[in-house]
Ligand binder design. Sequence first.
Ligand SMILES: Nc1nc2c(ncn2[C@@H]2O[C@H](COP(=O)(O)OP(=O)(O)OP(=O)(O)O)[C@@H](O)[C@H]2O)c(=O)[nH]1
Length: 866
Amino acid sequence: MAVGTTMDYYASQRPTASGTAASGTADSHWRRSLRTLRSIWPFIALALVQATLALISLQTLSALRSFSTGESQWSKGQKDAIYALSHYATTGDVNAYDQFIKGLSVPLSDLQARKLLEAQGSKAEPQASLLLEQGRNDPQEINELLWLTGYFRDTALVGPLLDKWRASDSALMELQAVGNLIHASLQANAPTSTQQQGWLTKINALQSQLAAIEQDFSSILNTSARKLKANLLWLNIGGALLMLVLLMWHTSRLKRDTEQVENTLDMVSQRATTTLAAIGDAVITTNAAGDVLYMNKAAEQLLGASLHQLFMRNLAERMRTPPAELESYLVQDAILDALSGKSLVNEAIFTIYDSHRRARQVKMAYTPLGTHTGTTEAVFVFHDVSQEQTFIRELAWQATHDQLTGLVNRYEFERRLGLVLTQPHKHDGPAGAIMYLDLDQFKVINDTGGHSAGDAMLRAISTMLQHGLRAEDTLARVGGDEFAILLENCSFDLAKELAEQIRDAAQHLRIQWGERSLSSSISIGLVKLCAPLDSVEEVFRVADMACFGAKQRGRNAVYAYDPAVDQEIARYVGEMEWVERIKTALEGDQFILHAQPIHALNNSAEAAAGHALHVEVQIRMRMPDGSVISPVHFIPAAERYGLMPLVDRWVVNKSLETLAAMQKAWHVMPISCCAINLSGTTLGDEKLLDFLRHQIELHGINPRILCFEITETAAITHLPNAIRLVKSLKEMGCKFSMDDFGAGVSSFASLKNLPVDFLKIDGAIVADMQREPAHRAMVEAINHLGHALGMKTIAEFAATPEIVEMLRDMGVDYAQGYATGAPKPFPGVHASPAANEAAAAAAPAAGARLGSPAPNLPLSMARGVI
Ligand SMILES: Nc1nc2c(ncn2[C@@H]2O[C@H](COP(=O)(O)OP(=O)(O)OP(=O)(O)O)[C@@H](O)[C@H]2O)c(=O)[nH]1
């Protein structure tokens, strides 16, 4: 069957497709009836008019016939009366007189009835009916008579008849009078022949008068009847013609409407066919048994057969699908389920093989078509989601893979690692290990060969890495030149072996890039997956640290970390935590300043300071729980991870701000010398000088009270910068201190190059000098050296009064330690001039002996580190 034929089939089935619900059907019936009524109402109206006309015609004709009947009764009565009166006049027979009265009563009753109606109208109709009945009119026709005379009395049809009837009134009255006269005369005595002759003459005259009137009446009646008939005939012919015209007009209108509807239907049908042919979804209509009735183009392509071939073939049987064991729910099952009224899983995706045996993923939608008595047809729509599915698979791949190498990306790697960490381990064997691999000096490849050379190297490395792995291992690219390998169920020894193999393979890997042969080694951090590592972040952090450890060991190395036995990585991890805290403290202003007094041990030093204090400011970190943390905990991390310039700048700014606030509060500066530490990295910063100048200017601080402490090692590392800084700041009046002298190189040359004001003897030597004669000798030597170069000397870690005494005896200028004053919040009690004076009075005077020993605090607490 061709498509056209199938569409015809649809056209014939169309009415059944108009809704299934009972209410919908009733509604559509009602609307259809209304539409039909609208189209035929002119015919109904015309038929009604025609019927009314016919009825009126019949009624009128019948009424005229009643008139005729009445007239003949009237005529007969009148004639009987005349005959009887003539006989009575000649014979005196009393019976004849009775006959006369009886005969005359007919026209007289009619006359009375008419007069009554003329006088009283329709309300006299009951009485008039009785009189007309007495006038021998047929009781069945009396109503018609009344109707005709009532409604048509003034018309050309009835008016002349009534006039003629009225014209007979006087003759009838006269006849009655003659009858009465003859009867009276005959009662009195016998009449003479002359008298009788006279009566007969009179009777004959009246007879002639009435006969003439009656003839006229009949003639008018006949004429009226003819006229009426003719009029009614024309009226009916006119009505019929009008109906015909109306019928023709209406028929042509209906035809036009029908054509329009047919055109619209054709258009809709064409549009539906074109649309169905154009849409990508396969649309298939079946009967209730699932036999194909219609298919669009897409369906033909999907099933690989034309509608002609599949017409009335079972749809489910025509579907080519994978074997049932591969898919739990086949499209055939879904079709049968749909036809049997079971609800379908909306999102189910089925695999169908198209005409080219290509697998297509489709979603199936189903709509039953039917009446209230049940399903008659069903429409199946198959939406091809193959591209969507491919796209989704691609997206999923992209979301979990690295584009450059095709390896799993960090996100997916973390997910898989998370699974390994959370899943209870299947065997009692090892959980596994993770390798974190970072190419060594990869920048060099990018810089020398260009970015694409770098890309080629990354691809080559990833290929090499894949070769060395076991099937269950996961290799991922987790960063620019960083890879990670998850080794599941792998002993740590095997993991170390694999790591070494990879490291070795990497260092021998070469790629040819133009003229160049490029190579790169790998640093590998290997971490055993065991307690206490229980989160992906922690494992990654530790692995990163282990890799850092491998880099620290000179690169091209494997650093194997077993959390249970190894402490070094734990230290790195600790430092990383401190880095975060330092950053938070800088952002949240969680650092605070302490200051420790530097105590003059001889008169000349004391005179230089006066009552004002010589202090060294030291940084502390305030933790969220309110505790205050010593710098020994966070400075190493800040140094290692390049945060010292930021920390130093914070200290400089805060110290100068505090000094400015003190000066403003007391109008006199209570500090004679404020020492601020500058770290090595800060010294290397070329913008430091500008920063310090700006700060001094900003806070309006006298540069003469500022002393910057630098270590010998830092100064030597950044010598040109350090010389420039010292020179420029000394020109402004600032002082300098050489910190920790004795701990490092302690070269005479460095002191010559950097003409500092104070030489701080390293606390580690000072703290031990009571026990170690060598340390005591070193302190004496450094003191002499300093004095020889015109510098004042400061001994750090003067923790006990004994040490202070020894230092004083040696001629050291200043002592700094718990014996002379612990660090206190800055500004604190040493801030006000009054407090300073009190403190000076209480403090051991230069040359005086210290009585009680200061608490023997740990070195880390006593150390004034910045
Ligand atoms: N060609 C290429 N380079 C990348 C890509 N992603 C990151 N990089 C580069 O990889 C380099 C990574 O350098 P780092 O790991 O910091 O340092 P390195 O030179 O490897 O030195 P070490 O790691 O300290 O041994 C940077 O220069 C990045 O620009 C990439 O997709 N392709």
